[in-house]
Every structure is written in C-alpha cells, then in structure tokens.
Design a protein. Structure first.
Length: 146
C-alpha cells in the first residue's frame, strides 16, 4: 500500500516523513530558550496562538552532529503536545510504499533508533524518520518511542 510522505533533509541525510504525522510546515522565528533541557531542545515558540517545543532534529538524533540554524520545521503532535522539528530542507510530498530496511541499507549509529523503514524515491533509498522517536531522544528518553 502506498502512503504519502514529505521529503526532507536532516544533518545532510534525505529522510521521508509520513504525512499523517505532519500537522503543518512552518518557518520558525523567535525561539525562547528553556533552562535545564537537553541541547536538542532549542526552546519554545509561538505558532498560531499555541506554544510548541522546538527541537533541533539533527542534535536529537545524534548529539555529535553540528548544531545549525535551520528555520523550517515540521510540526507534529506526540502525546498531546506540539513539537516543531527543525529540518535543513523540505522537498515535496510523494506517494511511496514503505519497505523494511535491508541488511545492506541499515543506518549506522544513532540513526538506527529513529528510522522506521525506507522508501524508494528517484532510484535511491530514503530513510523513513520516526518523529515520535526523535521527540523521545530530544527529551532524553529513547525508550518512550518504542
């Protein structure tokens, strides 16, 4: 069965995000830092009369990644809370079929914990990003995504 995915780039890696998990795509302006949170939590931002937690997706996936200053974000809801996950770039939406990861295409290191399969797009494999797992890693609770 084919599903609709939004293609994006995070930390130089092309990723696919299931469109059912995307509430909106926004540009983030001002972010208010929140003390005593992980480095991956950039802070809070106001979007359309609601407050969202802004997450540096690259840092949430792997703290060794360089922090950049992307302004585009994918807004999602996890456990009743809204999050804006920063991405380097957004592409378009495409219908694709999710496939399990094959042994030759297993992502290494920290990516393995946030990937839920792959799609084929323009003749290349693209990892399917699990937004719930990214939020859990940003909160320092990787087990919450399981």
């Amino acid at each position: 069965m084919t599903e609709l995915f939004l293609l994006a780039r995070v930390a130089g890696q092309d990723v696919a995000i299931l469109s059912d998990r995307v509430e909106s795509v926004v540009d983030i302006a001002a972010v208010s830092p929140v003390p005593r949170t992980s480095r991956a939590v950039r802070g809070l931002a106001a979007l359309r009369s609601r407050v969202v937690t802004v997450i540096d997706t690259a840092l949430a996936i792997d703290p060794a990644n360089e922090s950049s200053s992307p302004r585009r974000a994918v807004v999602t809801q996890v456990d009743g809370h809204h999050y804006a996950l920063l991405v380097d770039m957004l592409d378009d939406a495409y219908r694709c079929e999710v496939r399990p990861l094959s042994s030759g295409l297993m992502p290494g290191g920290a990516w393995a914990a946030v990937v839920g399969g792959m799609i084929d797009h323009d003749g290349r494999a693209v990892l399917v990003l699990n937004l719930t797992a990214v939020v859990a890693r940003a909160a320092g609770n990787e087990r919450a995504a399981a």
